[in-house]
Structures are given as C-alpha cells and as structure tokens.
Write a protein that binds this ligand. Structure first.
Ligand SMILES: NC(=O)c1ccc[n+]([C@@H]2O[C@H](COP(=O)([O-])OP(=O)(O)OC[C@H]3O[C@@H](n4cnc5c(N)ncnc54)[C@H](OP(=O)(O)O)[C@@H]3O)[C@@H](O)[C@H]2O)c1
Length: 294
C-alpha cells in the first residue's frame, strides 16, 4: 500500500506563487489547507482547497492549531506590494518564525520556504536579510526543510509590460545585466517537488536568459509598438534610493532591492516551459487582468 501524500498547509495561498502552488499540490492528490489572514481575503480559496483556516502570522496566538494534522508547511508569505505599515522584519522574518514555532508545536515534519536568489550575498538589503534570517532560524530549528531561492517572477516582469503599454520603459543603467525569470506555474512544480524531495537548498530560474533591455524590447514587440527605452544612470537611481530611505525606510529598501536587482545578474539553473514571450502576449490580450499577475 502506498502512503498518502503529505498533508500540506499553504501559507501565502492568496498570493501569486501560493496560488499556483495550491493548484499544483491539489493536482498531485495532496490534502491542502490554506492559511489566510482574514475570511474576506481567503474566501475565494474555499473551492480550490480542502480546508481554509484564518490566522495572522504576525499575531502568534491566532495561529493556534492551524498546523494540527499537517505533515508539511509551505510558506511564500512575504511583503511584496502590501502596504500594511509593517516591515520586512515583521512579516518575512517574524511572521514566518511564528508559523515555524506553531509548526514545531504541532509536530510538522518539514517546512518549505521561499527566499530570494542571491540571498546569501545581499543581506545588506532589509528584504533579503529578513528572508535569510528566517532561513537561519529554519536551519537551526532541526525541522527538515527546503529553502527555495528563485529569480524574478513573471508577475514582476509585468512592470516592464506596463511601462511599454504607457509608451516608455525606464531602465536603471544600460540594462545589460541578465535574468532568467520564472512563471509561477513552473516554480510551483519545483515547490511541490520540494514537499516530498530531499534537496534542501534549491536555486531556480526560468528557461530563458534575457538582458533587461531585451525584456523591455519583448514587451514592446508583444504590443506591436515601437521600442522606446530611457536609461537612468545607476548612480542617480542610488542617490534617489538614499533620499527615499531617509523619509520612508520601507519604501527606500524596496527601491534599493529593485535597483540592486536591475544592476546585477540574476541567473539560476533553468527550469520550466513557460516563456516570457507567451506571457507578454497573454498580457496584451484585450481583457487581460489589469495587473497581469496571472
Ligand atoms: N516576486 C518576485 O519576483 C520574487 C522573486 C523571488 C522571491 N520572491 C518572494 O516570494 C514570496 C512570494 O512572492 P509573491 O509574488 O507570491 O507575493 P504575493 O503575491 O504578494 O503573496 C504574498 C503572500 O504573503 C501574504 N502576506 C503579505 N503580507 C502579509 C501580512 N502582513 N500578514 C499575513 N500575510 C501576509 C499575502 O497575503 P495577502 O494576499 O492577504 O496580502 C500573500 O498571501 C515573497 O516572500 C517574495 O519576497 C518574490
């Protein structure tokens, strides 16, 4: 008799990656419980998973029993575009740590966590430090784990598409740094494999490597529009980041991460079949979701 696939709690199921992971796990026959932070934000998951539970990762007492009967916790919880007045440390680090402690109390066997590619070398940035400080806690916890470090998601490449639609793409520097972005559906396969697999440290990117300039050109091509690219000198962008940091630390740190990513090579072992060309073509369809985060 084959043992049943592990029962998984997905934290972050309301987000871009977590949504794909939820669907991938269900398609493999896992029991899936989704953790949402409020009934309103998670009600749409009712039809997609076996159970929905509500708990706020930044309030440990609200997490009581959310991991009961669960074998593996998957978490893609982290601040991306949320504007809740919380810091990366509050959510990406402390929120995930609260969840890990609850998982330990419930006897969960494994914790799969999504960090950021290059995390080990970019810890001077608040967002990366929060992710990697949590990975340190995970490693020290003694719970079996997998730390997945992806490149940029296609959902983030939508920023280039949005600028192209508005007529002009702004790049930091000449845009010659390289990245192999990954679609959420492809990354979800890697995440679901990590639920049952042995690998603990997993760097992953998409199938094709582009320069940022090529991504901008691709966005214009998908819209059938002439290419218009403006380069902002990297030094000017860093000055702007420093000024923003003084007035709004969180916003400054987010910008610092974006400028660092735009001026670094973000290339990881390639995986998946979804192409950015096809994704941008989808974004260009009439009626495509306003944010393009699909
Ligand atoms: N986007 C990229 O290119 C990229 C690349 C590498 C790594 N990552 C990392 O991958 C992870 C997932 O990214 P994503 O694009 O899927 O992000 P996303 O769509 O914004 O999803 C983030 C999830 O975290 C939850 N969350 C955020 N703030 C919260 C809070 N204060 N309390 C409770 N839950 C909260 C969100 O819940 P709500 O829906 O309720 O807001 C959502 O479920 C993040 O940690 C991100 O840093 C992203």
């Amino acid at each position: 008799m084959t043992p049943h696939p592990p029962r998984v709690l997905v934290a972050g199921a309301t987000g871009y990656l977590g949504g794909f992971v939820t669907r991938e796990l269900k398609s493999r026959g896992h029991f899936v419980r989704a953790l949402g932070r409020s009934p309103e934000k998670s009600s749409h998951l009712q039809d997609q998973v076996d159970e929905v539970v509500v708990g706020q990762v930044t309030t440990p007492t609200s997490l009581a029993n959310v991991c009961q009967g669960i074998d593996v916790v998957f978490s893609s919880i982290g601040i991306t575009r949320q504007k809740d007045g919380l810091t990366f440390k509050d959510v990406d680090y402390q929120g995930n740590l609260n969840l890990l402690e609850e998982a330990q109390r419930a006897g969960v066997k494994k914790f799969v966590y999504v960090s950021v590619l290059g995390g080990l070398h970019l810890r001077h940035l608040d967002i990366v430090a929060a992710h990697e400080d949590f990975v340190d806690e995970l490693v020290a916890s003694g719970v079996n784990y997998a730390a997945i470090r992806p490149t940029g998601y296609f959902s983030d490449m939508t920023e280039f598409f949005g600028m192209a639609r508005r007529g002009r793409v702004w790049l930091v520097g000449p845009g010659q740094n390289r990245v192999n972005p990954i679609h959420g559906a492809d990354l979800a396969v890697v995440c679901a494999d990590a639920v049952t697999g042995e690998d603990r440290e997993i760097d992953v990117g998409g199938p094709d490597v582009f320069t940022y300039r090529q991504i901008a050109e691709l966005a214009f091509q998908s819209l059938d529009r002439p290419v218009k690219i403006v380069s902002i000198p990297a030094r000017l962008a860093r000055f702007f980041v420093a000024v923003t940091r003084v007035f709004n630390r969180h916003r400054g740190e987010l910008l610092a991460f974006m400028v660092t990513a735009a001026t670094s090579d973000i290339v990881a072992p390639s995986y998946g079949t979804h192409t950015l060309q096809a994704y941008f073509r989808e974004c260009a369809q009439p009626g495509a979701a306003a944010t393009g985060r699909f």
